[in-house]
Design a protein around this ligand. Structure first.
Ligand SMILES: Nc1ncnc2c1ncn2[C@@H]1O[C@H](COP(=O)(O)OP(=O)(O)OP(=O)(O)O)[C@@H](O)[C@H]1O
Length: 333
């Protein structure tokens, strides 16, 4: 039986339409008009215990809205959500006992008190037994390295320290599931690495299920065996990263350095999907190798301009995903 079951989940927001000027504002007071925004549109998926799933999509795709429904903060417009056999918005407290939540942009810690006090409060709020509290604190403090700022008030912590403390607080009560919304946003590579090690260890030893939204593809590559991609509120991909690469990774990337600045070489070539200029001389060309191969593409440019360097590589997972966002994927799964 899956731990998270989402069936045909839909959330429609109604936003008031505001008219311009004072006249408009007065008119709006008597005549409210609304526009409908379908943020989540018929989403279905199951997640089993112990899975680490990347929940991806471009800005505004509906990721946070669906997580808020999984957490129970938002009530679905239609469809159903079951988390650990609980309907989250109907039983928010029961649901809260089994989940941990970290929103990268917002902290759940108390600003004015030291980290140690917040963690202590968590212990009483969740009635965490002594042995579990002790074991988790030892393990978490060790991997996350939080002892060095344990007695500092939260408002004085750096972003990376605050995020590590937030992660510790959200997992102390041994939740079955943790939802992470952009947990590594704005962090340096050292802290990102610590956080990823921590999540892998927690998942390995405690079998915690992790659902993570991120725009950082290295988070996904390091942590997730499965990804769910949403766009315009709909699921457009659900599967493992290897399959994603095989199915959609028909892309290749050719980087060229020209001798002259701004060469007029033409990029309107069948197969080219996107180009990015790094400087007046350097361009990166993303193309579908099923339509044109690197040798033909290169000879196209060599016959038009002098090339002093080039490199061909397969698309990064980031490029593959960006292509999926861009193409909108004709098929919805
Ligand atoms: N409370 C709200 N009222 C009206 N519209 C909303 C509300 N919350 C979200 N939306 C709209 O729903 C859509 C989905 O938003 P959501 O925050 O779920 O996207 P997201 O995938 O999390 O984006 P991001 O990656 O930028 O965080 C957006 O168009 C957003 O403007």
């Amino acid at each position: 039986m899956s731990l998270i079951r989402v069936e045909n989940l839909t959330k429609v927001f109604e936003r008031p339409i505001r008219s311009d000027g004072i006249k408009g504002a007065i008119k709006d007071m008597f005549h409210r008009r609304y526009e409908r925004k379908v943020a989540v549109d018929g989403l279905s998926f199951n997640i089993d215990q112990g899975e680490m799933v990347g929940y991806l999509g471009p800005n505004g795709a509906g990721k946070s809205t669906s997580i808020k429904m999984l957490v129970g903060i938002l009530v679905p417009t239609s469809g159903s959500v079951l988390v650990n056999e609980i309907v989250p918005h109907k039983h928010r407290l029961d649901n809260a006992k089994h989940i941990g939540v970290v929103f990268g942009q917002k902290s759940q810690l108390w600003w004015d008190i030291p980290v140690s006090e917040t963690l202590n409060m968590m212990r009483y709020m969740y009635r965490i037994p002594n042995d579990i509290y002790k074991r988790n604190m030892e393990m978490f403090a060790d991997i996350l390295g939080i002892n060095e700022f344990m007695h500092v008030a939260v408002r004085q912590l750096s972003l990376g320290q605050r995020m590590r403390a937030d992660l510790c607080a959200s997992l102390l009560h041994n939740p079955a599931i943790v939802y992470l919304d952009e947990p590594t946003i704005g962090l340096d590579v050292v802290v990102k690495k610590k956080i990823r090690e921590f999540l892998l260890e927690v998942n390995r030893t405690l079998k915690t299920t992790v659902l993570i939204t991120t725009h950082d593809m290295s988070d996904v590559e390091k942590l997730c065996s499965r990804v769910i991609i949403v766009n315009h509120g709909k699921k457009v991909y659900d599967g493992d990263l290897v399959q994603l690469r095989n199915e959609y990774g028909t892309g290749e990337v050719l980087s060229i350095t020209f001798e002259d600045n701004n060469p007029q070489v033409g990029f309107n070539v069948p197969g080219i999907e996107r180009i990015e200029w790094q400087s007046d001389q350097q361009v990166t060309i993303f193309y579908d190798k099923g339509v044109i191969n690197s040798a033909n593409l290169l000879s196209h440019y060599m016959s038009r301009a002098k090339i002093i360097d080039f490199e061909v590589r397969p698309s990064e997972i980031e490029d593959v995903i960006q292509e999926i966002y861009g193409k909108q994927l004709g098929k919805i799964v």
